[in-house]
Design a protein around this ligand. Structure first.
Ligand SMILES: [Mg+2]
Length: 131
C-alpha cells in the first residue's frame, strides 16, 4: 500500500510519526509530500532541513517529494499531482485547504490531521522561523 504524509504539522506530531513507522515496518511505501513554497511558508525549510527533520523524527520513508508553488492553490494542485503520479492511496495532511484540493483533484482517501494550535506550532517550527 502507498501512503502519503505531509511533514509540517503532520509527521512532526509524535502519534503520526509512530503511525508512519508502523506502516513502513508493515511494508507500506511511505511518501512524504511537503510544501516547498517560500512565498506562502511562515516557516521556510530547505530540502536538507526537511531531510534532517525526518531523521530527527526517526521516520523512514520511501521518497521525499517537495510540492513547489508560489500560492497555496499552486502547492495544493502540486500535492494532488504528486498523489496521482505516485498512485498514493491514503494521504494525511493538517491543512484544510490542501485536503480539499487533494480530494478534488485525486482519488486518494484524504485524512485531515487536526491543525496544531499556536502553542504546538511554535514548538514544532520555532527553529525554522524566519527573522
Ligand atoms: Mg502541514
Amino acid at each position: 500500500m502507498k501512503v502519503g504524509f505531509d511533514l509540517d504539522g503532520t509527521l512532526d506530531r509524535p502519534e503520526l510519526a509512530q503511525l508512519a513507522r508502523v506502516l513502513y515496518d508493515a511494508g507500506c511505501e511511505i511518501h512524504v509530500i511537503t510544501a516547498n513554497a517560500i512565498a506562502v511558508a511562515k516557516y521556510y525549510q530547505t530540502r536538507e532541513d526537511k531531510e534532517k527533520k525526518l531523521l530527527r523524527l526517526g521516520v523512514l520513508y520511501t521518497e521525499l517529494h517537495l510540492a513547489a508553488g508560489t500560492t497555496f492553490s499552486e502547492v495544493g494542485q502540486e500535492k494532488a499531482r504528486i498523489i496521482r503520479e505516485q498512485g498514493i492511496e491514503v494521504m494525511f495532511d493538517d491543512s484544510t485547504t490542501f485536503c480539499n484540493m487533494m480530494e478534488e483533484h485525486s482519488d486518494a482517501v484524504i485524512l485531515r490531521v487536526r491543525e496544531p494550535n499556536e502553542r504546538v506550532a511554535a514548538k514544532l517550527f520555532s527553529r525554522y522561523k524566519r527573522s
